[in-house]
Design a protein around this ligand. Structure first.
Ligand code: HEM
Ligand SMILES: *[C@@H]1O[C@H](CO)[C@@H](O)[C@H](O)[C@H]1NC(C)=O
Ligand SMILES: *[C@@H]1O[C@H](CO)[C@@H](O)[C@H](O)[C@H]1NC(C)=O
Ligand SMILES: *[C@@H]1O[C@H](CO)[C@@H](O)[C@H](O)[C@H]1NC(C)=O
Ligand SMILES: *[C@@H]1O[C@H](CO)[C@@H](O)[C@H](O)[C@H]1NC(C)=O
Length: 510
């Protein structure tokens, strides 16, 4: 009997340990937010959360109020739904709340990339190339690449005055991806291809092929993050990862012309830290995905809403034509390309508001931080809660801000002038309960880890629309087209995707 005792004891302890890991013993402690573990050990609410985040979080909010803790796949996440309390999450030091541990895990799983010790320092050191003077240079490169791409594809058509048909999602994401990729990661040298024409031709073909592979990887991405890929998809994801690591290898990028400073600096800093070249290639894939995955679908929604709302279309079109005229430029057959500068893009408040409204409607990022120490958390109304080290804290602006009936009346309606003040500049005053809301739209996240590419991304969207409107007549094939349903699987990752493409047509205006 005595012999069995240690064995039984060991068994008992391991079962206890297992139950503990499953979250079975988790209890709400005094001062902690309401805890909802769900019925399934460990998984908790994972399935409901994955299937429809908006519905799930709204249900929890009705049940528990504007702060609650839910168990999702082994993590306890405290969601704060009150926008006035966001500041104390977004603007605290990394020693208290940090998204890096979560990003690190995600990036290792999705891209095979392993973080540097001082990863966020390297990130911060390179962000300047996406802003200020760096942005002026990038805007010029992007402007050239966009126009080359848009006009070369029509140049191959026999009768250039006839309507061309395409899926709007396909056309927009393809064009914006190709231009973004070439502008950031560089293009083929004239020397290696023999002539400028051949080099450009190669770039167009190569970047379109790459776009098709990118789209495949991007569609696998959500399930890759949830570790829910089928074996077949897993193998496909593996193939695609290797393809991108190869295309984006250190040697290949170094052989290109016109590589952006952003990429050059990332490579240089990582080289200095002694990072192996294969790991740098993996990081390049992280940057490609980060810089391209949202801009394509965003450009789709922007053009879609414009074509669906004639009054918006007319207002934006008049604005861009005015800006073009003010710089004494005009579009004519065989004429020079437009020189669309950063300065010109600063004079378009109506287009700005349209972009902001599109992002309000269609961006649904989930902002999640790891809680790095036991701490007290104060809500804006003074209530105090205890947060546990090792848990996570989350914000879901789509519900709390973008779709809030008070901050944005008729939140499901597209109103192109929602972000325009009566005197024609950007509107920044929005209210809830009579109080001014600081975070009134959050497509880029907020606080210390706000998207560093937001100026570039906004510029890209504006350039794309600007050029589409001055070069082409565009319209939906079916003028009565309804808003397409959104893919629930993408909610939480940034810009949502439509579940199907929408047909449109375009033809040269001149
Ligand atoms: C419409 C387009 C885009 C949207 C909606 C978007 C949105 C976001 C969001 C929500 C985050 C996370 C912020 C957080 O958790 O606090 C983020 C991070 C980031 N974005 Fe963007 N982004 C876009 C385009 C871009 C572009 C064009 C670039 C680069 C050229 C870029 C580079 C980055 C990087 C490097 C991070 C990580 C920042 C960090 O870890 O500190 N993004 N973006
Ligand atoms: C964030 O914190 C910094 C320094 O702690 C402070 O200067 C800044 O005003 C804060 N910003 C917000 C939005 O609270
Ligand atoms: C490469 O990109 C630049 C802009 O950075 C553009 O002017 C040029 O036409 C592109 N192609 C070649 C072959 O130079
Ligand atoms: C692109 O690179 C080529 C070769 O280095 C250079 O001659 C050209 O001026 C660059 N173009 C731009 C727009 O920087
Ligand atoms: C476009 O205009 C800017 C500013 O006026 C100028 O610096 C740049 O050289 C011009 N680019 C082209 C291609 O004409």
């Amino acid at each position: 009997m005595s012999l069995w005792l240690p064995v039984l004891l060991a068994l008992f302890i391991s079962v206890l340990g297992g139950l503990h890991l499953l979250g079975v013993f988790r209890r709400r402690r005094p001062k902690e937010p309401p805890l909802d573990k769900g019925h399934i050990p460990w998984l908790g609410h994972a399935l409901d959360f994955k299937n429809n985040k908006v519905e799930f979080l709204q249900k929890m909010q009705r049940k528990h109020g504007d702060i609650f803790t839910v168990q999702i796949g082994g993590n306890c996440i405290t969601f704060v739904m009150d926008p006035f309390s966001f500041g104390s999450i977004l603007n605290v030091t990394r020693s208290k709340m940090d998204m890096n541990p979560i990003v690190k895990q995600l990036v290792a799983r999705a891209f095979g990339y392993h973080h540097l010790e001082n990863e966020h320092k390297v990130m911060e050191a390179t962000n300047k190339h996406l802003m200020g003077d760096g942005l002026v240079v990038l805007t010029q490169t992007m402007m050239k690449n966009l126009q080359n791409l848009m006009l070369h594809s029509i140049g191959t058509v026999k009768n250039q005055k006839e309507w061309q048909y395409d899926g709007l999602l396909h056309y927009s994401s393809n064009t914006v991806f190709q231009a973004g990729y070439l502008s950031l990661f560089g293009n083929e040298t004239v020397k290696s291809m023999g002539s400028k024409e051949k080099a450009e031709e190669f770039d167009w073909v190569h970047s379109e092929e790459l776009f098709n592979e990118f789209r495949k990887y991007d569609s696998l991405f959500p399930n890759l993050v949830y570790a829910m890929l089928s074996l077949k998809d897993k193998l496909e994801a593996e193939r695609l990862k290797r393809l991108f690591w190869n295309v984006l290898s250190f040697k290949k990028i170094m052989q290109k012309d016109n590589v952006s400073r952003w990429i050059i600096d990332h490579l240089q800093l990582r080289q200095e830290q002694g990072m192996a070249e294969y790991m740098q290639a993996r990081f390049m894939f992280v940057l490609l995905w980060g810089s391209q995955s949202n801009t394509g679908p965003a450009s789709f929604w922007l053009l879609f809403f414009l074509m669906k709302h004639p009054e918006a279309f007319k207002a934006v079109k008049e604005e861009v034509e005015k800006v073009l005229k003010e710089t004494n430029q005009e579009v004519k057959p065989g004429g020079p390309l437009i020189n669309l500068t950063r300065d010109m893009l600063m004079k378009t408040p109506i287009l700005d508001s349209t972009v902001e409204e599109t992002l309000r409607l269609m961006s649904a990022p989930g902002l999640i931080r790891a809680i790095m120490q036991d701490m007290d958390f104060k809500m804006a109304d003074g209530r105090e809660y205890a947060l546990r080290k090792g848990d996570r804290i989350g914000i879901f602006p789509y519900i709390s801000v973008h779709m809030d009936l008070e901050i944005h009346p008729e939140p499901h309606q597209f109103k192109y002038d929602r972000f325009l003040s009566p005197d024609g500049i950007r509107r920044t005053s929005f209210y809830k309960n009579g109080k001014k809301v600081k975070y009134f739209t959050m497509p880029w996240g907020g606080g210390i880890s706000m998207c560093p590419g937001r100026f570039l991304a906004t510029n890209e969207l504006k350039q794309f629309v600007f050029l589409m409107l001055v070069y082409f007549d565009i319209e939906l094939v079916n003028a009565e087209e309804e808003n397409p349903p959104i893919d629930q699987n993408r909610v939480g990752f940034g810009i949502v995707h439509p579940t199907r493409d929408i047909q449109f047509r375009y033809k040269l205006r001149f």
